[in-house]
Write a protein of this length. Structure first.
Length: 217
């Protein structure tokens, strides 16, 4: 039983980070209709940015976390402006291929810059674990767990309780957009038939056996 509780606690810590990754991936797909294959590489970029700020610039731990957020935000903005914004209106397959390219480029750039050896990020937390009955947890892992839980709760409040979240939930998803496109094309064809009948065309273009003009709106 003690080992089960310890594994459950370790799973919560790891699951908290995965949940944050999943929330970001879901929001990007829901709002932008983009399958962001490079999402994990942005996460990795944040880790390397924090390591660079700590080991090379010598800033504090929490300042390094802010630097990681700034680096990820800046590169995400650059990717959106230069790659995704010109592709608005294109199919999801096109943006998917673009993001696969971004993923490969970022992954190889990180390997080229930092190598394949794991890096250790210095932190101000004590190394001695906190013992809570039958389970033990390192202070750093406890910080990660509390921070992940707080960010998950903040994300839920943002989506469910704010005007920004309500506006985001009102954005139609990919299925709704495809259904709306089919409905719009059907209305366009019906409008063409009505105009032809009003002009005495009987619903058919002159000299054509087709039931309607092939107009896609």
């Amino acid at each position: 039983m003690d080992q089960l509780l310890q594994h459950l606690l370790n799973g919560l810590v790891l699951g908290g980070t995965y949940a944050l990754l999943g929330i970001g991936l879901t929001l990007i797909f829901g709002l932008m209709n983009v399958v962001n294959f490079a999402h994990g590489e942005f996460y990795t970029l944040g880790a390397y940015a924090a390591f660079a700020a700590l080991a090379l610039a010598g800033v504090g731990f929490f300042v390094a976390l802010l630097a990681a957020i700034v680096a990820g935000t800046a590169l995400g903005w650059l990717c959106e402006v230069t790659l995704l914004r010109p592709l608005r209106g294109e199919s999801i397959d096109t943006t998917m291929l673009v993001m696969i390219g971004v993923w490969i480029a970022m992954q190889n750039a990180e390997l080229l810059g930092w190598g394949g050896v794991a890096k250790s990020i210095p932190h101000p937390f004590p190394t001695a674990p906190l013992v809570l009955g039958p389970i033990a947890i390192a202070p750093l892992r406890l910080f990660v767990l509390v921070l992940a839980a707080g960010l998950i709760a903040a994300s839920w409040l943002l989506v469910q309780k704010t005007k920004l979240g309500r506006d985001a939930r009102d954005v139609p998803g990919p299925r709704h957009r495809r259904a709306h496109g089919r409905e719009h094309r059907a209305h366009s064809r019906r409008d063409v038939r009505l105009r032809l009948r009003a002009r005495g065309g009987g619903g058919r273009p002159p000299g054509s056996d087709l039931p309607c003009l092939p107009v896609d709106g």
